[in-house]
Design a protein around this ligand. Sequence first.
Ligand SMILES: Nc1ncnc2c1ncn2[C@@H]1O[C@H](COP(=O)(O)OP(=O)(O)OP(=O)(O)O)[C@@H](O)[C@H]1O
Length: 200
Amino acid sequence: MITGEHLGVLAGEHWLFRGLDCEVRPGECLALVGPNGSGKSTLLRCFYGMQEPTEGAVTVLGGAPDERDRGFRRRVSALLDDSDFFAELTPVQHLDLVAGSFGVELDHDELLADAGLEERATVTAGRFSAGQRRRLLLLGATARPFEVLLLDGPERALDADGKEWLTTLVARAVSSGAAVVLATHHPPLLSSADHVVDLV
Ligand SMILES: Nc1ncnc2c1ncn2[C@@H]1O[C@H](COP(=O)(O)OP(=O)(O)OP(=O)(O)O)[C@@H](O)[C@H]1O
C-alpha cells in the first residue's frame, strides 16, 4: 500500500537519507525515528506527495502520491502540521465539517468524550490549550474514513492521558486495515509498530 524504493533526499550538499527501502501493507504501522533534522518530516512529505525524493520512487495506494488530487486526499489522512485547525470553529463544528465532507455519520458525544474534549465541545478552538488543540487535530484526522494515515509527531503537547488515547487511536487505525506511518518518539507507539526506520 505504501512503498519506497531506494529513496534519497539531498538537502543542500548532504543526503538526509539515501538508499531507503520500505513497505507498509494494510494493517501495518511504520514508525520513523531519528534526531531533529534527520528527515522524518521530509520522508512523510514524500509519502503525501508534497515533495519529490531526489532519488528513488514512492508509491501510495498503487500510484504516485499527490496531495493536490482530491481522490488521493479522500483516501489518505495526513496530520503533518497544524493547518487543518479552524480557530473560529468549535469541536462540534469541526466534526460536522468532517461528517459533511465525507458523508459519514459521527457520534459526536462519544468521539468528544473519547478525546477528552467533552467540556470544550462548544468552545471555539482558538481558545484551546496546545494539548486540546492537538487532540482536536487528531480527532479530525481519524474520525474521517482513510486507507492511509500519516502523522508527524502526533504526541506533541499531549499529557499522559492524551498519549494513551493517541496509542489507542493508532491501534484502531491499524486494526481497521489502514497503513499507518508516524514520526514519533513515544515508546508505546514504537513498541507496537510493525516496522521502525531509524534515520540516524
Ligand atoms: N530539499 C531540501 N533542500 C535543502 N534542505 C532541505 C531539503 N529538504 C529538507 N531539508 C532540510 O533538512 C532538514 C530535515 O528536516 P525534517 O523536518 O525533515 O527533519 P525531522 O527529522 O522531521 O526533524 P524534527 O525531529 O526536528 O521534526 C531540515 O533542516 C530541512 O530544512
